[in-house]
Design a protein around this ligand. Structure first.
Ligand code: MN
Length: 747
């Protein structure tokens, strides 16, 4: 860890209070040397003079009593852990709510204390933070793959909502890593892997350099124990030598800077953290002896201008190594890191890395996100209230660390990259990103098309949910499949991902084509049979393929599909393929005129984007343009169109359903039955006919009968343009004095 940051805490001699030595809770804490509440509040006041010390004391007491009787694997009282976490938070100079939440972060999870109780006893702010930490703890992390880790980090950020939740989680992890030796080897490895993949990079993204280094060193220790001990030994062996060298360089630099009239400048040398050296050895494939810049020097000055002057001093004293100078002041790193870096050839031809920065830059380099807010808020502790700051963080998370181009950097800062995203787990524990509003069906298709196509139900966090449920961050989603389950066209109304949309659409289209093909084939067979011919025989004809080209199709299947969709009439195919022998017949099968009455409506229908379809309107519900309709591919009789709510339609085989719509671009007319219940008085029929005429509605037929002495029922079959015209005439009729009730006959 670097010198110069953080606040040192020492356990005071006084017993931790309040009951003093007579209080068993405090007696135990004293015995184990757990820092007292006063130590924490004192350290907090160092940087936050008007911090509420009483609040800290209450949180301390509350948590200490709740954890009393619980012990860590090390044998220490459990409360040692929350206090250690609170100390890390103080080191990061967080506000009092964060420190209290740090003390209380495990009481909801580990003690029988509710969130409500915390909120009542303390503040809703503290309650929210503790709640956030508790929730993060519940997210299971199943690795692997780089991409997974990245998504997982983003999910943590997205779920944290308040940056303080994330910082407490990091502090918690740091302390747990420092006590990892008490865990079983298998558990150590799991925790270390999780830390190196998730938490250390997170600390790095947040710019908290010291924490990243410490976390990495702990991981190094548990993941590669042998390499760790060996390297630690080598570093230690050269300690005296290195100390002497460090002192020499520091003195040289100080003298040079003083000679250039730079005062108030701090210069110090520091060994790099072990994992950093190790990584360098791996990348450069060199033994430790040959890793020169295992030693770094830092010059901390007061102004930006002094940074560049100090750089000049360094470069005039020592020869810089070409290509190693980096100006992160002009082009800050994505995590807001700013400094000048250079590597020079120092005394004894050693490569020496020098970092030059102002005090403010130094704070940001060490404390990252925390320092950023502190400086923005004029040296106050962080208070993250407005969404904007969090947006900044989210963007920070997204930005590729290697961004070096300043335009690219600014661009990436501007785009809010994941307000519109949601992170959820697949059944296999993989984290996936979806557009906000996505549903289990989107997730199913993201796993595999087959899973999407056979999805019949979903569970979120173990609960059955409707398939259109919107996913939330951290949801664990399980998809139930069944072999005979099929995609439903209605899914298109709620799925969000392009993948799911395309797959569902393709499925529906393919299914409709299959149906159309069967229907078309059927129609063709019948038509050929009527012409005393066999389709199979015609197909065997040598010139059959050439014949097909007359229909602008390549294959017979395509022709069958055209016929099935009604684009081409079966009879026309017969006429064309058998020009000599066919006797043109009226076609009794497709769209027959209804029971000898005049025109059964010239309304046009569009089926799945294809117009000119031959359709029939069954008597049961007489759809009228404007009605919500659905088509059925009938065997041998084209497509019959029903109103969507029609009982016959609901009974029909769903697999034969086909979407269709009115083609309103053409003049249309459809017949419909209107029933009028009336009293019984003379001249009624004339009166009613007049109303139809007024509305421009043509009467195709009428039937009137009396029901008893006082009542009569008249039924009119009329031709209307659309539902609007129909409604208009129904309204007119119902206003007649003798009319009791008017209805459209459904079937
Ligand atoms: Mn904890």
């Amino acid at each position: 860890m670097d010198a110069g940051t953080g606040t040192q805490l020492e356990a005071s001699d006084d017993p931790p209070q309040p009951g003093g030595v007579d209080d068993p809770v405090y007696r135990e804490l004293t015995r184990w040397g757990v820092p007292a509440a006063a130590d924490l509040s004192g350290a907090l006041r160092d940087y936050l003079p008007d911090a509420d010390g009483e609040l800290i004391h209450r949180a301390y007491d509350f948590a200490a009593r709740h954890h009393f009787g619980q012990y860590r694997k090390s044998g220490k009282p459990y409360f040692d852990h929350p206090v250690a976490v609170a100390r890390v938070l103080i080191k990061m100079r967080l506000d009092e709510a964060s420190v209290c939440a740090g003390l209380l972060h495990d009481v909801v999870e580990d003690c029988d204390c509710t969130l409500q109780e915390l909120t009542n006893k303390f503040t809703s702010e503290i309650g929210h933070i503790v709640d956030g930490v508790t929730k993060l703890d519940k997210i299971p992390f199943n690795r692997r793959e780089q991409k997974q880790a990245e998504n997982f980090r983003k999910m943590l950020v997205a779920m944290s909502k308040d940056i303080r939740v994330l910082l407490i989680k990091l502090a918690d992890r740091l302390h747990n890593m420092s006590t990892l030796q008490h865990m079983k080897p298998k558990k150590r490895r799991i925790k270390a892997l999780e830390t190196v993949e998730i938490y250390a990079p997170l600390a790095n993204r947040l710019g908290i350099h010291w924490m990243k280094s410490q976390l990495e060193d702990y991981c190094f220790q548990y993941l590669y124990p042998d390499d760790y001990s060996a390297l630690k030994l080598s570093v230690g062996r050269r300690e005296t030598e290195r100390d002497a060298y460090t002192k020499r360089v520091v003195k040289l630099l100080k003298n040079e800077l003083a000679r250039a009239d730079m005062i108030g400048v701090r210069v110090y040398g520091r060994p790099k953290h072990l994992f950093g050296i190790y990584r360098k050895m791996q990348v450069q494939k060199l033994p430790f002896d040959q890793i020169y810049d295992a030693l770094g020097f830092r010059i901390v000055v007061q102004t930006v201008e002094q940074c560049y002057r100090a750089l000049g001093v360094v470069h005039s004293k020592f020869t810089p190594i070409p290509g190693r100078f980096k100006d992160y002041i002009a082009l800050p790193k994505a995590n807001n890191y700013r400094s000048l870096h250079t590597t020079v050839i120092g005394p004894d031809n050693q490569h020496v890395e020098v970092q030059i920065r102002t005090m403010e830059m130094h704070q940001i380099a060490e404390n990252g996100v925390a320092a950023h807010w502190r400086y923005k808020e004029k040296d106050r502790a962080i208070k993250v209230r407005d969404e904007q700051k969090f947006t900044w963080l989210k963007q920070l998370m997204e930005v590729n660390e290697q961004v070096s181009d300043s335009d690219e950097f600014l661009d990436s800062m501007r785009i809010d990259l994941f307000a519109d995203e949601v992170y959820a787990f697949t059944p296999a524990g993989e984290v996936k990103v979806f557009p906000r509003g996505s549903t289990p069906i989107d997730l199913a298709y993201s796993i595999h098309t087959q899973v999407g196509e056979h999805a019949m139900g979903a569970k979120i966090n173990g609960q059955m949910v409707p398939l259109d449920t919107k996913l939330r961050n951290g949801d664990i989603v399980e998809i139930m499949t069944r072999n005979d389950a099929r995609p439903n066209q209605d899914w298109l109304e709620f799925v969000q991902t392009a993948r799911a949309k395309t797959r569902i659409r393709n499925f529906v289209r393919a299914e409709q084509r299959t149906r159309a093909k069967a229907v078309g084939r059927d129609l063709l067979e019948k038509a050929f049979r009527r012409a005393k011919h066999s389709l199979t025989r015609v197909q065997k004809h040598d010139d059959f393929d050439a014949m097909l080209s007359g229909f602008r199709v390549q294959t017979f299947d395509e022709l069958a599909i055209q016929v099935g969709y009604g684009k081409t009439e079966a009879q026309k195919v017969v006429d064309k393929l058998l020009p000599d022998e066919s006797e043109p017949e009226p076609e009794p099968v497709i769209a027959p005129p209804r029971r000898g009455r005049k025109s059964q409506g010239r309304a046009s229908i569009v089926v799945d984007g294809i117009d000119d379809v031959l359709v029939r309107f069954p008597k049961c519900c007489s759809p009228v343009p404007g009605d919500d309709i659905i088509g059925f591919v009938t065997r041998g009789r084209g497509i019959s169109v029903h109103r969507r709510g029609c009982a016959r339609a609901l009974d029909s085989d769903p697999l034969r359903r086909i979407d269709c719509d009115w083609d309103l671009s053409r003049g249309s007319a459809a017949s419909v039955m209107v029933r009028v219940h009336t009293g019984n008085s003379p001249g009624m029929l004339a009166e009613m006919s007049h109303r139809f005429r007024e509305a421009g509605v043509n009467i195709l037929g009428a039937n009137c009968r009396s029901v008893g002495k006082q009542r009569a029922i008249s039924e009119f079959e009329v031709e209307v343009k659309d539902t609007g015209q129909l409604q208009a005439v129904l309204d007119k009729l119902s206003k007649l004095e003798f009319v009791v009730r008017v209805e459209r006959v459904a079937g």
